[in-house]
Design a protein around this ligand. Structure first.
Ligand code: SF4
Length: 451
């Protein structure tokens, strides 16, 4: 079998990125060459996102851009995978005939068949999309970690069984399916043996981990099993669900030596009426109690959340309540997204639509309130001592390095700009904060890399 060169574009969320890394792992394990430029590839794979309108547009633009490498370029086969091909396989095949093969969000391990195929392109079917995605990788699955070696995402479960009105993900990613604790522990051990220091745990809903497994392991038990792994420094929790925090889970986070005191918990809204319309399955009281429980039992806990503005039914009063909450709750990191009508969701049928311009005004207003909260928190950190994971030369100045403290997740939160830093990428240094801005910190290194 002659080896082929392959280029993978990974769009959307870190869960999709893990799938892309598995596709690269399969390609590498089969002897194919992974290239970093589409122009050098025999086969181009676009791993798409289909979550909301803007993501769908970006995916289609990227497919068309990559299709440009066929014909005069070296590319022989264009493959599309992920959520957009899971959602619109027939439409894509009709609209973009340059696509040679399409796989769903749970079928990406079929891509290797395209790479290994010797015969004519047309011998393989165009569509390889399972109606209900059911796959999840494990510790034996080949995977190429893209990006820095010192930080990696580990998917502990895929899919979602919750009924949130605005969300198409259960239809795109299928029902919840979890990996075993043993499999996750083995993967984390292997990653840390290869130099990873920070593990970002991901799923559609981290807090429902294990509910689908016969022995019903819990997230708390999984976190406890990650204690003591050589080289592991931070375990970060992404995509938790507000009404699913047990006392056991909070205690494990509070007392753990590796779980970063950082919790990402999408709240979406705070107004009772909106939580009902969104079918979030819990009241605002649960949210207030959760913040109280987390802050009273986890020292210096850092909280990230996301909110949807302009969901059908959101009037000025509901939005005012959300603004008040942002100012009062003083969350550390917030993302706000304008509601996107996604056919196939229950919210797509709801009345009382909010005009697009109002959605954008509300998004801007909410993010301005949060900017003020974030700045005040960062300014209050001046003089504090932080442990910082060094990530490279700063994008602000060649005389500065940059990194993140436990309160900053990769790719979505700000950075710490480091002066007096002699350390290497992946090192952990001690630094004193000298300045705080809207989303970033400046700090001076006072102690070199932890040995
Ligand atoms: S929990 Fe998250 S992924 Fe699941 S339906 Fe709700 S918003 Fe979507």
């Amino acid at each position: 079998m002659s080896s082929k060169s392959v280029y993978v574009v990974s769009l959307g969320c870190p869960k999709n990125r893990v799938d892309s890394e598995v596709m690269l792992g399969d390609a590498g394990a089969a002897g194919h060459r992974i290239v970093s430029e589409p122009g050098e590839a025999d086969v181009i794979v676009v791993n798409t996102c289909g979550f909301i309108e803007s993501a769908k547009e970006e995916s289609i633009e990227t497919i068309l851009e990559m299709a440009g490498h066929k014909g005069e370029g070296r590319c022989e086969e264009l493959v599309v995978t992920g959520c957009l091909s899971q959602r619109y396989p027939e439409e894509l095949a009709k609209e973009i005939p340059e696509i040679d093969h399409m796989f769903g969000s749970g079928d990406f391990r079929e891509v290797i068949k395209v790479l290994n195929h010797k015969g004519a392109r047309k011998e393989l079917p165009i569509l390889g999309v399972s109606e209900t995605p059911a796959y999840i990788y494990d510790h034996n699955t080949p995977r190429v970690i893209t990006g820095y070696r010192h930080t990696a995402y580990v998917k502990i479960a895929e899919g979602c069984d919750r009924p949130c009105a605005f969300c198409i993900i259960p239809k795109l990613r299928g029902p919840q399916r979890s990996r075993t604790i043993a499999s996750v522990v083995k993967e984390v051990q292997d990653l840390c043996a290869a130099g990873t220091r920070e593990i970002n745990l991901i799923a559609q809903d981290l807090t429902r981990y294990g509910v689908d497994l016969s022995d019903k392991p819990t997230l708390a038990q999984l976190l406890a099993a990650l204690e003591g792994i050589d080289g592991l420094h931070w375990v970060r929790l992404h995509y938790t669900y507000p009404s699913a925090f047990t006392d056991e889970l909070i205690d494990v986070i509070a007392n753990s030596s590796v779980v970063a005191k950082y919790i990402d918990v999408p709240l979406q809204h705070i107004d009772e009426k909106m939580l009902k319309k969104m079918r979030r399955g819990h009241s605002a009281r649960i949210t207030y109690e959760l913040l109280e429980r987390l802050r009273s039992r986890i020292d210096d806990v850092v909280l990230r959340s996301t909110f949807i503005v302009g969901h059908p039914g959101e009037d000025d009063e509901s939005f005012a309540k959300l603004c008040e909450f942002i100012t009062e709750a003083k969350l550390d990191h917030v993302g706000a997204f304008p509601f996107s009508t996604e056919e196939g969701t229950t919210a797509a049928m709801l009345p009382h639509r909010v005009p697009d311009e109002v959605k954008l005004e509300r998004q801007a207003e909410l993010m301005e309130l949060q900017r003020q909260v974030s700045r005040a928190k960062n300014e209050a950190r001046v003089g504090h001592s932080l442990e910082v994971l060094v990530e490279g030369i700063s994008d602000e100045s060649e005389y500065l390095m940059q990194g993140r403290w436990y309160g900053q997740a990769p790719e979505i939160d700000g950075s710490v700009y480091l002066s007096n830093c002699e350390a290497q990428i992946g090192d952990l240094v001690q630094a004193t904060v000298t300045d705080g801005s809207d989303y970033d910190l400046a700090a001076e290194v006072v102690a070199g890399p932890a040995q």
